[in-house]
Design a protein around this ligand. Sequence first.
Ligand code: F6P
Length: 321
Amino acid sequence: MKRIAVVTSGADAPGMNAVIRAVVRSADAVDVAVCGIMHGFAGLVAEKFIDLDARAVSGILHLGGTMLGSRTSAEFETEEGRAQAAANLRAAGCEGLIVIGGDGSLRGAGDLSLESGIGVVAIPVTIHNDLVGTDFSIGFDTAVNTATDAMDRIRDTAESHRRLFFIEVLGRWSGWQALYSGVAGGATEVVVPQQDPDPDGLRERIQASFALGKRYCLVVVAEGGEQRSVYELAEQTTRGTDFDSRVTSLGHIQRGGKPLMRDRVLAAVLGDEATKALLEGADQVMVGVRNGDLVRVSFEEALSGRRVPEALMTVMGRLAR
Ligand code: F6P
């Protein structure tokens, strides 16, 4: 291959720019040119392509967001739109595509590959950490650290006023953000989407915690479960009690910001590996690091559904006293 393309797709996450840089520089090292696709899959259909060389990706390693932009695309969801995207790639001389993103990005890229025969390799970048085949996705660590830092700040107020706080974190249906920030931030309870949130049980356990002498309680709630919103959950849990409670929803604060060391290093390693994989002819595979080893897994495996680790849930419950 003499020329490949790279696209960032779906939600931005800390480390996306570091991945773009790694892909471009790895390709450059073996004299392969890189075409950057602007605005995600939308730019593939609309042919918004730019040339990226080693200098074009200088000074972006530490920046949040994505220099290429990312946008949803109704056209790309159709077969005609994907056929147009493939034709645009071929016309630009791109022989393969590296897609940087989460589950939706893998699905879109998989369809493109199946229908057009263009090889695609994915790099897992999502704060959800919900892809099978890599211990951690790029962006997860930084976003958890942001939530943990927020919890440390909220704890100051909670402790000063003897309050109960419900803290909603991002991560949609995955629950990983909630569990990891709950453990790292010393939460009393973590509510993940896979569980029935059970406000009555929650109320009893919080009452027991205060009765044991706790001066405050932090309950971390994952967004997007079957459950009600964090506001409803807070209302139902505190009904009939004299808890002094508050709700904080962290929202997009967790998506932005400069990537921390773990995400930067993972970005370097996986960006390099994805480029190698694509040049070696891999198709519809996602690269990852599992138990310290580089791996390539099929899109099918990557998308097979990932639950939060039960063992860590158990540890969380044991320590929250
Ligand atoms: O997928 C990442 C995520 O931040 C989710 O946690 C959240 O539900 C969603 O994106 C928000 O989407 P948007 O940025 O389009 O509002």
